[in-house]
Design a protein around this ligand. Sequence first.
Ligand code: SAM
Length: 163
Amino acid sequence: MVRENEVRLNELAVALPERFDAEVIFIGRIRTPWTSRLDAPRQGRPDGPICRIEVFEPWVPALEGIKRYGRLEVLYWLHMSRRDLVLQSPANDGAVRGTFALRSPVRPNPIGTSVVELIAVNAGSLDVKGLDCLDGTPLLDLKPDRTLFVPIAPPQKGDFETG
Ligand code: SAM
């Protein structure tokens, strides 16, 4: 059952620290058809709608070369999520599991990830399939899908020899 911001039976909320360890940079914004958490899919689907990933300046040049990858990993900030639950009841039936045993959007660092199909590269944006986030979700990062990625400079013979 999809949540808004409630604490359910047997769930455990903890006090958040006063200070945080790192700041992230929102490098863009994701445009999807979903405006409510109740409507968004639990996970993106390969046959889902085409969504647009808008990349902000000054990060647009970082898209150079991305066209060669048919699949990307997208990392985004699930900005509407509460961050203080350590036990959660996904079915809202009193049965709880630890946050790290779930892919729930509610987590101390609400980072979502999806593997998407790259449909088109535009000036400053990408069209993709396979997302599950709300319209306006902040973008954290884009990477080639790890199963497609080939390092530009493969290890050379002797790189790992210790002498
Ligand atoms: N695919 C990602 C993952 O596995 O890391 C996210 C999965 S999470 C279960 C997807 C759900 O998060 C959606 O169904 C919706 O209820 C909720 N959601 C989507 N965008 C959100 C946002 N910006 N803030 C908070 N919750 C969001």
